[in-house]
Ligand binder design. Structure first.
Ligand code: FAD
Length: 484
């Protein structure tokens, strides 16, 4: 089929291994469209994600221009915009890569019906996952609830298809004035923060866009994969891939990651062991599993998967929540993580588990309050991974960590940040303490505190909660719901 086509970019902000884009381009000159969705009952993306998105769209626009294409930006409700654009621009084929949130699926179905009704061909593809949520099931065809059998079944499906190359040319066509009038600039999508300019740390840490993603993967395979299986739990080492925001925005897809990993190992470009490679792939597997859970449980971000938790006696406390958000809890590993998040839009996975456990269990704050803060501040904020992970830590999720397993942030620090390098980086007021004292400064001798220039309660907060007391209180609260 030839004519005018429209590719609707969503979380697939790349040219390579983008099956829907390739199909559009094969059909003729292509209108490449991105719509910042402000439609009714859509969850607005958070501040950090908005920063990332505008950078990524900028990079995508440049990449398209190099291939004779053009990225057209709009803002509004796709349910209104897309049919109008398609009709007025004389489009005969629309393509997109599929999404897995219930509201998005409903919107896409409505659009498919409306566009098809107008004689427009609509084709959708899988650009985001190795396996779509309905492709992995139990032997009786039911959704999976436990990760290990899920991943085993997914692996048995064999190698994912080889990634496809970016189209060499993506020619655009000129748009009627009525459509040009609907376009907006990048600035209109969301102004870069100025007063205060909170994005300095984000700019220093990241290069959003397809090239930034490819470089990040190359660097990781070249120097990070070796030792990943053990070091991935060490926040004081740059031992993980940091691909999460790139994967979330679809600047790189999991098929590309999979094949790059195998290629690099086969050619000797990646030094990691079989165990390192398998561990890394299983993390990609957790991403797949989280999407599987979200698809089968559309309210994952708002509702306890395990309904026993509906009766959980949370203790809402705005002041405590605020201190957690700002990294002022008086617990060094927690504060380090929350400050890393605030500055860079990212936090190490081990520390995410520790700060989440501290909020939910030691402070008895509802996991949804933490989920919402992460949603706003993470550059990789993801409806599936965020909700599934918060419920995992809370103990209310599928295949969750049992509620009674309460992370002790002091021993977690001593084990995973043994010399306190991570805490020293993000909580510099504690930098002068010894390795022994750095994870529990309230126990340091007066002399040690004086020599390090620390006054607990003045230069660094006293702990927001006594850890032993908080742990027991959480266990009692859990016992209350378990016994009904
Ligand atoms: P790597 O270790 O290099 O892993 C490779 C990729 O696998 C990641 O980029 C990511 O896409 C995926 N992955 C790794 N761990 C997980 C996991 N536990 N669950 C799902 N996918 C995973 N991840 C997000 O992408 N978005 C979120 O909003 C998010 N919120 C989280 C909230 C909490 C409370 C916790 C405990 C974890 C959350 N995670 C989230 C999962 C995980 O922390 C990040 O994916 C990981 O830290 C990203 O770093 P990386 O890319 O270096 O990971």
């Amino acid at each position: 089929m030839t004519g005018r086509t429209l590719h609707w970019f969503r979380n697939d902000l790349r040219l390579a291994d983008n099956p829907a884009l390739l199909a559009a381009v094969a059909g003729g000159p292509t209108l490449c469209l991105y719509i910042l969705d402000t439609g009714p009952d859509r969850r607005p993306i958070g501040g950090a994600s908005r920063w990332w998105l505008s950078r990524s769209l900028d990079a995508l626009g440049e990449a398209l221009a190099r291939r004779h294409g053009r990225l057209v930006l709009m803002k509004g409700d796709p349910a209104e915009l897309l049919p109008r654009v398609a009709a007025e621009a004389g489009i005969n084929r629309v393509t997109w890569n599929r999404r897995y949130e219930a509201k998005e699926i409903a919107l896409d179905s409505r659009l498919k019906e409306a566009l098809s009704g107008n004689g427009i061909d609509v084709s959708s593809f899988n650009g985001h996952l190795l396996n779509e949520p309905w492709q992995v099931t139990t032997t009786t065809g039911q959704p999976m609830k436990v990760f290990t059998p899920y991943w085993r079944a997914a692996r048995q499906k064999g190698e994912p298809a080889a990634p496809i190359a970016a189209p060499a040319r993506i020619p655009a066509f000129s748009l009627p004035d009525s459509i040009e009038a609907l376009t907006v600039s990048l600035d209109d999508l969301g102004r870069a923060p100025r007063k205060p300019d909170w994005a300095g740390g984000l700019r220093a840490a990241w290069t959003p866009g397809e090239s930034g993603a490819a470089e990040r993967l190359d660097d990781f395979l070249g120097s990070g994969l070796s030792g990943y299986a053990e070091d991935r739990d060490r926040p004081d080492r740059a031992a993980t891939s940091r691909l999460s925001p790139h994967l979330h925005f679809g600047e790189i897809g999991p098929r590309q990651v999979w094949h790059a990993l195998h290629h690099a190992r086969a050619t000797g470009e990646a030094a990691g062991s079989e165990q390192d490679a398998e561990k890394f792939l299983s993390e990609i597997g957790w991403r797949e599993f989280s999407h599987h859970l979200l698809f089968h449980n559309p309210e994952l971000a708002t509702r306890n998967y395990d309904s026993r938790f509906d009766a959980f006696p949370w203790l809402p406390d705005e002041a405590a929540l605020h201190r957690w958000q700002r990294g002022q809890t008086g617990i060094p590993l927690v504060d380090a993580g929350m400050r890393e998040l605030w500055t860079t839009g990212w936090m190490h996975n081990r520390v995410r588990m520790v700060v989440a456990s501290f909020l939910i269990k030691h402070l008895l704050q509802d996991w949804r309050a933490g989920e919402a803060w992460f949603w706003d501040t993470l550059v990789d904020a993801d409806a599936a991974n965020n909700a599934a992970s918060w419920q995992w830590v809370a103990g209310s999720g599928a295949d969750a960590s049992p509620y009674f397993r309460i992370f002790n942030p002091v021993t977690q620090g001593e084990t995973h940040d043994p010399h306190g390098a991570y805490v020293r980086q993000w909580v510099p007021e504690l930098a002068g303490l010894s390795d022994k004292d750095i994870h529990q400064p309230w126990k340091a001798s007066e002399k040690a505190l004086r020599e390090a220039g620390i006054r607990i309660g003045e230069t660094y907060p006293a702990p927001l909660v006594d850890l032993a007391f908080g742990r027991q209180r959480a266990l009692d609260a859990f016992a209350a719901i378990r016994n009904g």
